[in-house]
Ligand binder design. Structure first.
Ligand code: CTP
Ligand code: MG
Length: 223
């Protein structure tokens, strides 16, 4: 198995209020992208790590990580992933790929192990968490019906795939809806995606308050 990890770090972090694009902002003493890069590069089953970053973000990436393999991303997350997959395809390909958001800095090796094991039985695997809150539809500014939370999961990254299957799903994207993750694309193309246990540490940094929450999680982890 040749297993490649793709980190998408080409966003602008507009919702985060961060001066730097959030993937380069410091969390637990290091730029966010450096945490997951270390976890993926240090995992024994992963052969290569490729970072997708903005054409104008290479300096920030190298300040965070030094010289590492990277390619230019696109205007949406989907296009950034596609650029990364095409770069892998053009440079020897892969059997398996893990696609990960730089905005989820605390990646545990156990999650990677669970995902790669699950790939033996399906072309896709994703980490999921249950939903602890009551969930209701939003109808404008009013509340709509409650959605039974037992029927819902939150889907995280990294997401693991058979490389040829996810590449084909990305190349075949034709929907009007912009996907927020890659498993959606594989499922739309008819590929099976199985859930594995996610990790609270993988919570995504999205809004300003999430930086402080990430520091708290990191403190608990490193204690
Ligand atoms: N991402 C990317 N290319 C894009 C958009 C997003 O590589 N054109 C990456 C981000 O860098 C992040 C991950 O996809 O690691 C998840 O996206 P999100 O949390 O939405 O990050 P941003 O798009 O940067 O933030 P925002 O939507 O608030 O601007
Ligand atoms: Mg975004």
């Amino acid at each position: 198995h040749r297993t490649v990890a793709l980190i998408v770090a080409a966003g602008r972090g507009e919702r985060s209020g961060s001066a730097l694009p959030k993937q380069f902002a410091t969390v637990a003493g290091r730029p966010m992208v450096a945490h997951s890069h270390a976890a993926l590069a240090g995992h024994p089953a992963i052969d290569h790590v490729l970072v997708v970053t903005g054409a104008d973000q290479v300096e920030a990436l190298e300040a965070a990580l030094g010289p590492v393999p990277h390619v230019a991303g696109g205007a949406t997350r989907r296009l950034s992933v596609l650029a990364g997959l095409e770069a892998i395809a053009a440079t020897g390909g892969a059997d398996r790929v893990l696609i990960h958001d730089a905005a989820r800095p605390f990646l545990n090796a156990d999650v990677i192990d669970r995902l790669l094991s699950a790939l033996d039985a399906a072309p896709g695997a994703v980490p999921v968490l249950s939903v602890p809150d009551t969930v209701a539809r939003a109808v404008g500014y009013a509340l709509g019906e409650v959605v039974p939370r037992e029927e819902l999961v939150r889907v995280q990254t990294p997401q693991a795939f058979a490389f040829s299957a996810i590449l084909a799903a990305h190349r075949g994207w034709a929907a009007e809806i912009e996907p927020t993750d890659d498993a959606q694309l594989l499922r739309a193309a008819g590929g099976k995606v199985v859930p594995v246990m996610g990790d609270i540490m993988l919570e995504k940094v999205t809004y300003p308050g999430d930086f402080a929450a990430a520091e708290v999680r990191a403190a608990a982890r490193f204690r």
